[in-house]
Design a protein around this ligand. Structure first.
Ligand code: ATP
Ligand code: NCN
Length: 204
């Protein structure tokens, strides 16, 4: 009897810091697509972000571990922290295929804001052949998801699929600004992450 293929979600991000928007989105995709697990992968050098503006990867990695620990289906991979240079997703997915074998299906989970930049991603055509993309809708982003789906949806062997997820208007940028201004971040990040941020004096 043939075995069902393993299905692994990939939630890539800068996670500076990780917040409940990331967690709710990953869980919604996991359930909808019946994923066996979701790998959270903090980017070492996020290709579209200025390196000097990003918090050292070790802090982002630790916060990601703490935030995901209580979900038995969530795991954190340090695969991008082990590589130097820009953290291109195509390299990450190739590394995961080497590790898990070609019979595993990968679902790269992304927010809609990241989808609009997809055309400029490294080796995007090849990447679309290697994994599925699931774009979680965020307020105001639906029209450019459609545009990108039109542009790329038929190019690769795979496709960009859209999933309506609980739309939480939360961003790491807003959290960093709140901390700078001395405003509360309670319930926007897991309590362990909040404690870590204050203990380490991040984002002041
Ligand atoms: N509130 C949210 N709901 C759904 N997806 C989100 C949300 N916030 C971020 N994402 C998605 O999670 C992934 C990682 O995002 P990232 O770590 O850059 O967080 P961010 O909140 O967008 O950060 P920043 O404000 O610093 O740009 C991206 O695909 C992004 O689109
Ligand atoms: O591979 C690329 O060219 C590429 C360009 C921009 C972003 N990404 C990935 O998309 C994910 C979200 O990125 P960000 O900058 O929104 O945190 C993260 O895993 C990045 O490594 C990847």
């Amino acid at each position: 009897m043939a075995h069902a293929k393993a299905k692994v979600g990939i939630m890539g991000g800068t996670f500076d810091p990780i917040h409940v928007g990331h967690l709710v989105t990953a869980e919604a995709v996991r359930i909808e697509y019946k994923l066996d697990k979701v790998l959270f992968i903090p980017a070492s050098n996020p290709p579209h972000k200025q390196e000097s503006m990003v918090t050292p990867a070790i802090h982002r990695y630790i916060m990601t571990v703490m935030a995901t620990y209580s979900n038995p289906h969530f795991f954190v991979s340090g695969i991008e922290l082990e590589r130097s240079g820009p953290s291109y997703t195509v390299d990450t997915v190739r590394g995961l295929i080497d590790c898990y074998g070609a019979s595993t299906e990968f679902y790269f989970i992304t927010g809609a804001d990241a989808v609009k930049d997809l055309p400029s991603w490294q080796e995007i055509d090849q990447l679309l052949d290697l994994c599925y993309f699931v774009a979680a809708t965020r307020p105001g982003c639906i029209s450019y998801i459609d545009q990108v789906i039109k542009q790329f949806g038929v190019k690769g062997r795979r496709s960009i699929q859209r999933l309506a997820t609980p739309e939480l208007e939360i961003s790491s940028t807003d959290i960093r600004e709140r901390i700078k201004k001395g405003r509360s971040i309670k319930y926007i990040v897991p309590e362990s992450v909040e404690d870590y941020i204050y203990k380490e004096g991040l984002y002041r």
